[in-house]
Design a binder for this molecule. Sequence first.
Ligand SMILES: Nc1nc2c(ncn2[C@@H]2O[C@H](COP(=O)(O)OP(=O)(O)O)[C@@H](O)[C@H]2O)c(=O)[nH]1
Ligand SMILES: [Mg+2]
Length: 376
Amino acid sequence: MGFFDKLFGKNKKKEETIIEEVEKQEEEKLQEEEKNNEKIIDEKKEIEEKEIIINKREDIIKEKIEKESVEKNEGFFASLKEKLFRTREGLFGKIKNIFSGRTVIDEELYEELEDLLIQSDIGMDMTVKIVNALEKEVKSRGIKDPTEIYSILKEVMSRFLIDGDNELDIREGELNVILVVGVNGVGKTTTIGKVAKKLKNSGKKVIIGAADTFRAAAVEQLEEWGKRANVEVIKKEEGSDPGAVVFDTIQVGLDKKADVVIIDTAGRLHNKNNLMKELEKINNIIIKKLGHSRYESILVIDGTTGQNGLVQAKVFNEATRLTGFIVTKLDGTAKGGIVFSISEEIKKPIKYIGVGEKIDDLREFNTKDYIEAIFD
Ligand SMILES: Nc1nc2c(ncn2[C@@H]2O[C@H](COP(=O)(O)OP(=O)(O)O)[C@@H](O)[C@H]2O)c(=O)[nH]1
Ligand SMILES: [Mg+2]
């Protein structure tokens, strides 16, 4: 082996080891990079998975919130308690506080209670009756703890609500008439739509008569509700005789073998005598057409109008023949005491209560449910 050979051979060896080393290093680098890449991919995956979970959770929460708010505020499934939360939180919440904040039962307590009851639209007379009955009950049971009074008040107040006959008198196999009266804006037309849907859903054939002929808008509004409830509406031109509409509606009801005819009426009170005369005429037409006077004549009262509602109830009750009441807008008031004074002073049943502007916002009235809904 010559010198060069020796030299190059050695160098060759050196070259090989260098290449080997470089290759090794590169491989290690590659492996490291791959590892890093895998790590990044894993991390990315993890983040993506987390995002999916978070999104899913958000969707579930969103859905839940939407569902709850729909159930709370709308539709048939909202409980009466939810619908009457203003009444409960407002007035009756305050009443609860006057009992819990003291240690003795004294005159001052009863006075405070009286103030709150009057504020709730229960009215002076009713309030005195309730508080007297309460005092008597508390004494006779020997109650000393003010916190025990709340439940006794609940009991006493429920006694002042007329129980029974809360359902509309609808008979099988004959035409039933429901005449709906009340001043403008109380919710007659809206309530007729709600009642029509309820009856229709229970399998009845329903026809509505538009006897509020004084405003074209009134007829249009009723027709709109007729569409929503999917029932026929009988009407005549604006300004025509309301009695003639009543006559026609009952005739169509008889011809088509309907189960129920509901009649919407005008509610102008600026001319009270005229209105009452008109209603008398309508009543006579109904009795003549049916051949008897077994029909519902329902006064609609706006629950937010306070004692004014009670005055209306008295006026209508004296001038026309009423079989019951529907109190509307109880969703919109912190009061709700009007229900007690109407029930006690007029001594006629509340058939339904209105708890909103939608077609399903109508509830059958019964003492127990109402008391439960407004007391905590
Ligand atoms: N919040 C609420 N509004 C109601 C209720 N009933 C009726 N209303 C509203 O009261 C207003 C008058 O109703 P309407 O049916 O036209 O009264 P009418 O003049 O007696 O026929 C409308 O804006 C209705 O949406 C109810 O139970 N709750
Ligand atoms: Mg109307």
